[in-house]
Design a protein around this ligand. Sequence first.
Ligand SMILES: Nc1ncnc2c1ncn2[C@@H]1O[C@H](COP(=O)(O)OP(=O)(O)OP(=O)(O)O)[C@@H](O)[C@H]1O
Length: 269
Amino acid sequence: MSDILKVENLTIRAGGRVLVSDVSFSVSAGERVGLIGESGSGKSLTALAAIGLLADGMSAEGSVRLGDREVIGASDRELVPLRGDVAATVFQEPLTALDPLMKIGRQVAEVVRRRRRRDGLSLDRSAVDGEVIGLLERVLLPDPARIANSWPHEISGGQRQRAAIAMALACRPRLLIADEPTTALDVTTQAEILKLLESLVRESGMALLFISHDLPVVAMAAERVVVLQQGRLVEQGPVGEVFRRPQHAYTQGLLAAARSFDQALRRAL
Ligand SMILES: Nc1ncnc2c1ncn2[C@@H]1O[C@H](COP(=O)(O)OP(=O)(O)OP(=O)(O)O)[C@@H](O)[C@H]1O
């Protein structure tokens, strides 16, 4: 299967510190890969490097291929079309993507218009509006017409995250990078969003790079995992294999901690 993202020997430095060291993994078309590790292990930086969005003062070495383009060393002019069109992002806080001062429908419509322009499709208002409502339906938002006409603060956190996913999908990306997209949500909404992501990946054939420190969430979201410890990759493999028989002491510790929550829940039942 072809790789949509190929990270080879990625090293990220800032101010003389090595924050990510010699990390290599890839994500194939249609694959769901989880990037896991404790807080500060380098998950978000790795994802930002994948779309060439590292902060000023940081440097990246190695190779990051997104689609058929090398990201490291590419200019902003080369990178802008890759973001959204090849890889779209969803973050923990949907307001990172949503403008609080613009109604949801208008925001999704802006992305739809940009993509239709790119694809040489009609920018006719009814075509654009129809696609906007279709996207809001696709992320299972109730009453899409009402949501389209709402301000971001007028809908719930889970609905905002669905709207942010709709905006990412509007680009028709080949890879969706979701960085802790469910962390701020209650468990029922978390499970709904995870199911939604899984069905969207299955239907569209896009790949998913799912970042989380929460192992049960990753077990639902991903079929393969990459484990980072303090910026280093310690193991990777199919989620069932790594979670059943972790090879590295760090992963064993993460799983033991996750199991202790599960045991506490069982004891309480
Ligand atoms: N702009 C920056 N300048 C300097 N160091 C940074 C910067 N951003 C992140 N770091 C450092 O890089 C390391 C990795 O950070 P990163 O955000 O990738 O961790 P993470 O695994 O995503 O953590 P979390 O789960 O808490 O989001 C951390 O030690 C962090 O303090």
